[in-house]
Design a binder for this molecule. Structure first.
Ligand SMILES: CC(C)(COP(=O)(O)OP(=O)(O)OC[C@H]1O[C@@H](n2cnc3c(N)ncnc32)[C@H](O)[C@@H]1OP(=O)(O)O)[C@@H](O)C(=O)NCCC(=O)NCCS
Length: 422
């Protein structure tokens, strides 16, 4: 079957999460992604957090499906020559090494262009070129702190908090994938490649733009009326405004108040909660759903402004209504009233969710050493493209076939193995 990115060859010179997430996405959609890894050890995630001794860790398998693996020591002269051959015959090279590592290896942007003017070089770094922190190595949580996510996440009486979602890593990889597709389209028009880069700080910030919106509002008015800190209370129970956007707990980020509410069983199940949104335009339905039809017309409750100073009392009341309902039962009732809500899904719920399996958002794939394992499938669905997720490659599984495609005969390949170039 034709895949969208058939014919695009990508040198996947990435490791850990940000880069691999980018190239995995492109591999799903049909690109030939050749993961270049250090002989003997490979991507560090093959070894990190292993659940089966001697078998590639799930960290690796979840981020490297649909790829081929070539081991190559690019610090050895012959390794460099092989990489040069690959550059001449590929469309894109993706890398996320620490600042300056690719240059130190001898593959500056100028050199890459010399080898292949059509090449697209795509990089992830922690910070953008010229940034005051550009020399720093960066991991996920560092980026969340630098990009504005951590200072705006958590509760007013707790420290800056990082999210469980990979806002720094996979999110940057997705941004970079968009950059690569854009550069490929531009290359169709100009015939030239280009350098594409995405900084983790910037990718996090791009997801925090509503928090910058809030900073500008706070600068002007001194309050943010949708945050728990408003209305301003003498006792500061829900925190106080300073000159920076505060942490709003579980408050809705837009104009619709919402909160995470306890359901039946919360005392023992840490995920027995739903997210409940009080949508202004749906107030009549909301009041009826929770058994308070008299609140529809009551001037003390009828408008968003009237509800504002008692919003936590309203949420408290809704929790008492939820006390005898599981999170799934509650959502089944609330969906009939058009209330924007969902159960808080634990990872256990997600692992077993039939809808996610049916849609291919969670898939089971085969791995040569591990057997079957679950992974997250394509979150993007197409009407004309079937995405098939395959297992991740073993270290160096495709070295010989890639070398053969570059013109090396069996004897030369054997020597390269012997000399630990591959
Ligand atoms: C993630 C990160 C912190 C890891 O740091 P690290 O493990 O110290 O690795 P680095 O990328 O800095 O260095 C890799 C080294 O391995 C070398 N290397 C990588 N692949 C190689 C290969 N196939 N053969 C030989 N050497 C190789 C590089 O040349 C570099 O060597 P040098 O530092 O002597 O020049 C760092 O790579 C980084 O900041 N990356 C950019 C931001 C990023 O993507 N972070 C997200 C990670 S999810």
């Amino acid at each position: 079957m034709t895949k969208a990115l058939d014919g695009i060859r990508i040198i996947d010179f990435t490791h850990v999460q940000a880069g691999p997430a980018c190239t995995q996405l492109l591999a799903w959609y049909g690109a030939d992604v050749i993961k270049v890894e250090r002989p003997g050890s490979g991507d560090i995630t093959r070894n990190q957090l292993r659940d089966i001794p001697g078998v590639d860790a799930l960290y690796f398998t979840q981020l490297n499906s649909n790829k081929r693996s070539l081991t190559l020591d690019t610090k050895k002269q012959e390794g460099k020559e092989i990489l040069e051959k690959l550059i001449k015959t590929s469309d894109v090279m993706v890398e996320n090494f620490g600042p300056g590592a690719l240059d130190r290896m001898g593959f500056t942007w100028a050199r890459i262009q010399e080898l292949n003017p059509k090449m697209i070089l795509a990089s992830v770094k922690g910070f953008s070129e010229g940034n005051a922190f550009e020399d720093l190595k960066v991991y996920e949580n560092v980026a969340q702190c630098a990009g504005g996510a951590a200072s705006t996440t958590g509760f007013w009486d707790g420290p800056p908090t990082v999210s469980g979602a990979a806002l720094g890593d996979s999110n940057t990889g997705m941004h970079l994938a968009i950059g690569i597709l854009t550069a490929l389209r531009m290359r169709d028009q100009t015939g030239r490649g280009q350098k594409v880069s995405c900084a983790m700080q910037d990718a996090v910030l791009n997801l925090c733009r509503v928090k910058l919106r809030d900073q500008l509002r706070l600068d002007r008015t001194g309050i943010l009326e949708e945050y728990p800190q408003y209305p301003i209370r003498e006792d500061g129970k829900y925190g106080k405004f300073t000159d920076a956007v505060p942490r709003g707990g579980n408050a809705g980020g837009g104009g619709q108040p919402g909160w995470v509410l306890k359901c039946k069983g919360w005392e023992t199940d840490p995920n027995a909660y739903i997210y409940f949104t009080i949508q202004g335009q749906n107030w009549a339905n909301t009041a009826k759903a929770i058994g308070k039809p008299e609140w529809v017309e009551d001037p003390a409750y009828a408008t968003a402004a009237a509800r504002q100073d008692k919003i936590f009392d309203i949420f408290g009341y809704i929790e008492s209504w939820l006390a005898d309902k599981t999170k799934f039962e509650a959502v089944d009732i609330l969906r009939k009233y058009d209330i924007p809500c969902a159960p808080v899904m634990s990872m256990k719920d997600i692992e077993n969710d039939p809808s996610l399996r049916a849609s291919g958002s969670i898939v089971e794939v085969e791995h040569k050493a591990r057997g079957k394992y679950l992974t997250v499938g394509s979150p993007i669905k197409f009407s004309e493209l079937t995405v098939e997720i395959t297992g991740s490659p073993l270290l160096g599984e495709h070295s010989d076939e890639v070398l053969a495609s570059l013109g090396y005969d069996a004897q030369q390949v054997a020597r390269l193995h012997q000399e630990k170039v591959v």
